[in-house]
Design a protein around this ligand. Structure first.
Ligand code: DAK
Length: 257
């Protein structure tokens, strides 16, 4: 891997992926995105891993897609490269994915953070969709996920002016879960991951899938989907263990079975 660093395990049940193109502020070139896609797929299939943390460095989570790599492309080039299939695969990661964001999360970087399930931000984090300033518009979910997260008015402002949100604003607009001092953002993400890693991975996966479905369907269909996944948790040993542990007043030991 040239552009990402993977620590597996980072600690028990938790894997850490660091975007690693520091000089280019982690600009997301095609190779980096391919490495990220392949790594997430591998970790998704690793029974020992229950939660994945994705981070950059203090200065940048990612300053967007690599403008230098995109600059001379035609529409047909973009079509044939078909980056969407890479982004779609990343989006389909089944395990809980936490973004630990410090510094710039712009364009594709903001979209990548929003593709994760939760975002822990440092006080220095800046979120933006500045594509309009270089004559294009968001292409990896920015107009959709940002609008769902922060609402139409703020999304319009961000996408049409390219203005950034500070970490505090991102918290106010519910784009992120928590804002902490810069030296704490990875620690906080790990704390959150630890808490989730103690739960049944079967239940966590089914619950994530159900929440994601709520963005794609109407209420009746969403409730139906939730119900099926709820029943499915009763097919797991973890359900027996969780309920038995409660009755016996002890901590559950989940196996992900
Ligand atoms: N691409 C390539 N290089 C970048 C970059 C980027 N997005 N962002 C920064 N860099 C490089 C700079 O060129 C510079 O390299 P050198 O000149 O040293 O060689 C180095 O990183 C440091 O950047 P600066 O010198 O500019 O640092 P500053 O602190 O002065 O400014 C900045 C930081 C983040 C404000 C500035 O670098 C900036 O404005 N960067 C561009 C931000 C941006 O416009 N991002 C959106 C890009 S478009 C798609 C999926 C995704 C996308 C599209 C399609 N499909 C699935 C089809 C996404 C599109 C985008 O993200």
């Amino acid at each position: 891997m040239d552009f990402i660093k993977v620590t597996n395990p980072y600690e028990k049940h938790i894997a850490l992926i660091e975007l690693n193109r520091p000089k280019e502020l982690n600009a997301l070139n095609l190779q980096l995105m391919g490495e990220l896609r392949d790594t997430l797929k591998e970790l998704d299939g690793d029974d020992d891993i229950r939660v994945i943390i994705l981070t950059g460095n203090e200065r940048a989570f990612a300053a967007g897609a690599d403008i230098k790599q995109m600059a001379d492309k035609s529409a047909v080039d973009m079509l044939m490269i078909d980056q969407f299939s890479t982004w779609d695969q990343i989006r389909k990661t089944k395990k809980p994915l936490i973004a630990a964001v410090s510094g710039f999360a712009l364009g594709g970087g903001c979209e990548l953070a929003m593709t994760c399930d939760m975002i822990i931000a440092s006080e220095t984090a800046r979120f933006g969709q500045p594509e309009i300033k270089i004559g294009v518009m968001p292409g990896a979910g920015g107009t959709q996920r940002l609008t769902r997260a922060v609402g139409k008015a703020k999304a319009m402002e961000m996408v049409l002016t390219g203005r950034f949100l500070s970490a505090g604003e991102a918290l106010d607009y519910k784009l992120v879960n928590k804002v902490v001092p810069v030296e704490m953002y990875l620690y906080e993400a790990v704390q959150l991951a630890r808490e989730i890693a103690l739960m049944s991975p079967v239940a966590a996966q089914l619950a994530k899938e159900s929440i994601d479905r709520s963005f794609e369907t109407h209420l009746d269909e969403g409730l139906h989907f939730e119900r099926k996944n709820f029943y499915l948790t009763f097919a797991s040993d973890d359900q027996t263990e969780g309920m038995q542990a409660f009755i016996e007043k002890r901590k559950p030991e989940y196996k992900g079975k």
